[in-house]
Design a protein around this ligand. Sequence first.
Ligand code: NAX
Length: 335
Amino acid sequence: SRTPVTITITGAGGQIGYALLFRIASGAMLGPETSVRLNLLEIPQGVRAAEGAALELQDSAFPLLSHVDVYDDAARAFSGANLGLLVGARPRTAGVERGDLLAANGGIFGPQGEAINAGAADDIRVVVVGNPANTNALIAAAHAPDVPAERFTALTRLDHNRALGQLAEALEIPVGELRQVTIWGNHSATQFPDVAHGTAAGDPVPALLAARFGGPDAAQEWLVDEFIPRVAKRGAEIIEVRGSSSVASAAAATIDHVRDWVAGTPDGWTSAAVVSDGSYGVPEGLVSSFPVESVDGAWRIVQGLDVDDFARQRIAASVAELEDEREAVRGLGLI
Ligand code: NAX
């Protein structure tokens, strides 16, 4: 459309930012008909890197790119924003206590939530990528009381896509045949990648796994010993193999998340961390990953799924971690 969509990207001078900007500007996120205006937010040390990315965006001559601005001030960067991609965060480094990490991120996501509340467009949608993503989204939402809470989400699409990749490899099928796989809980090692409802070209994944591994018990063993930990710890595996954390795949997942949120999920559900309404026993208000469909521009938690004892325990363990994080940020006065 002729009126560009304004997208604020925080941490735009960082690694994921660099992978994200060019795909957004190419139309991969909002489609070939929608022009975009990019507001890049950085801290002062990151401004030059963001400015460099802005120069390269200009040099790419993307027809859909109407404007790029670089800011080191959240209020200005979020003014008029329709989409907020919150990538910049305080990284977990060796020796940093969890409380200090949460406090540092509270100092980022609280003010950004306030800036969104004060100046973003009425249709603002936010996805938090920067870790700890779920709790950072909780903090931002708490500081934006005038924005409906369901507009704040955190990214678990990368975990979802990792699960699809592992299943496709194990079953020797094209990844595009897979549906109805779910990531539950926190974007952390406690997450629960759940294939119980999964299908591949319409066939139930559990039966396909049983056939592949020689029975349901062997399939369950593979899920518990190989699949779940591999998906949950894939970030560490990427660091070990690549020598650097996930970047292009994280950007691709962010694109997928926003594209589906805006355009819908005609092929069935995906995974996103959204504010819980109490579904599946997840305490209200926590930002937790669920099976979600996007309908009329809003995420809806898929209802009525059977959750067996195994799944219930796994979900509860990850949700307990989220409750713990919520208690910690409450204790620090961050929400
Ligand atoms: P980088 O360190 O390359 O980039 C982060 C950028 O954020 C830096 O340029 C920094 O200057 C900027 N920044 C810091 N504080 C800021 C603030 N207050 N306002 C604006 N910008 C700020 O990290 P990168 O590899 O890009 O990763 C970014 C975040 O994504 C990290 O928190 C990382 O842990 C998280 N990830 C989340 C994933 C997910 O699935 N949810 C997966 C990938 C990634 O690990």
